[in-house]
Ligand binder design. Structure first.
Ligand code: NAD
Length: 341
């Protein structure tokens, strides 16, 4: 039976990069696509960023592929007005997505786009696994007189499941990042990661690095990492730091995984309203998000690798869209990759 993919093109360049991605996936397997309004375009049609029908359709799909949402048309500081991002937050919650995966793999053809020296980034191929539904962003917070507080809370169960996600994604090594010399939640984090490692994944190497040291090593020695697993706030900061190693936002995919339900796969970039409708958006982050969908959503590793190597080869052959300093159109970029499949 065909794998069912809920397709959310969203706003801005979203629809332009979705069309060739469907084409790409159709060459690699048997998929059925159901497309839905999501984000700003759903606000225009329905008054909210995600209708209950779309939420239910995503929950019952095998995977969700999202391009991007938002744009100046829906920007508002009025808290009573709907905003496109509400769709994203609602969807993450509805799908119970507790793990965010961001691969960072600078390509040799693009080493000079990185702000770091070639010899430092060479050989970097890492994955940041960020816990997404716990920690200080979800803990108790408030004001008490002239004091404000936010609480970092983690349970054993929350740490166990994210640790398993990281160990499963690793070939040889996991680096668990915490602040166990100061934070009690980090001491629990380390205890649980050590236990899950010993009981279930002893063949994988485990190392612990304090978050401040990890921030330095990501810049000084990024190729020493394979899989980094960390809590929500640390992961938010470190994944953006790691993203800069590649030097281009147009190339970064992400996957968000939950328990048994469908995962959500999307590029890291936004809806790029400044270039929307011009046919010049870079579709490669969306293609690489489709590769993550194949790998983590459907265990189609060979097909995922085929997409990644087709992208690598197109770039090595000189493909450059505007964001990479070239002039290739979305169509030309898509064709360059499809020809290499
Ligand atoms: P952005 O990522 O949309 O754009 C930043 C810059 O990168 C722009 O110059 C844009 O043209 C360029 N860019 C981004 N993706 C590109 C691509 N695929 N090809 C070529 N160039 C690309 O970030 P922004 O400008 O801060 O935000 C624009 C809108 O997107 C806002 O409404 C924001 O809220 C929304 N947004 C959505 C998501 C999401 O859907 N997950 C993420 C970030 C921002």
């Amino acid at each position: 039976m065909a794998h069912r993919i809920a397709l959310l093109p969203g706003d801005g360049i979203g629809p332009e990069i979705t069309v060739p991605t469907v084409d790409l996936l159709n060459r690699l397997g048997d998929f059925s696509f159901e497309q839905h309004l999501f984000g700003g375009i759903s606000i225009d049609a329905n008054g909210i960023a995600m209708t209950p029908e779309v939420e239910a359709a995503c929950q019952s799909a095998d995977a969700v592929l999202l391009a991007a949402v938002g744009g100046p048309r829906w920007d508002t500081t009025d808290p009573s007005r709907p905003r496109p991002e509400q769709g994203l937050l609602g969807l993450r919650k509805a799908l119970g997505l507790y793990a965010n995966l961001r691969p960072v793999r600078p390509l040799s053809a693009l080493y000079d786009a990185s702000p770091l020296k070639r010899e430092i980034i060479a050989g970097t191929d890492l994955l940041v696994v960020r816990e997404l539904t716990g920690g200080v962003y979800f803990g108790r917070r408030g004001r008490d007189g002239d004091t404000a507080y936010d609480t970092m809370t983690y349970s054993v169960g929350e740490i166990e499941r994210i640790a398993r996600t990281a160990f499963r994604a690793a070939r040889a090594k996991v680096t668990s990042v915490d602040k166990a010399n100061v934070l009690e939640s980090s001491r629990l984090w380390r205890e649980v990661v050590v236990r899950i490692h010993a009981e279930e994944f002893p063949q994988i190497e485990l190392e612990h690095v304090l978050v401040d040291n990890a921030a330095m090593q990501l810049i000084s020695n990024p190729s020493s990492f394979e899989v980094i697993v960390t809590e929500n706030l640390f992961g938010d900061i470190l994944s953006d730091e790691a993203a800069m190693l590649t030097g281009s936002i147009g190339l970064l995919p992400s996957a968000s995984l939950g328990g048994d339900g469908p995962g959500l796969f999307e590029p890291v970039h936004g809806s790029a309203p400044d270039i929307a409708g011009k046919g010049i958006a870079n579709p490669l982050a969306m293609f690489l998000s489709a590769a993550l969908l194949l790998r983590h959503g459907f265990a189609m590793e060979a097909e995922a690798l085929a997409v990644e190597s087709a992208v690598d080869r197109a770039l090595a052959d000189g493909l450059r869209t505007g964001d990479l300093g070239g002039s290739a159109t979305t169509d030309e970029a898509a064709r360059a990759v499809l020809n290499n499949l």
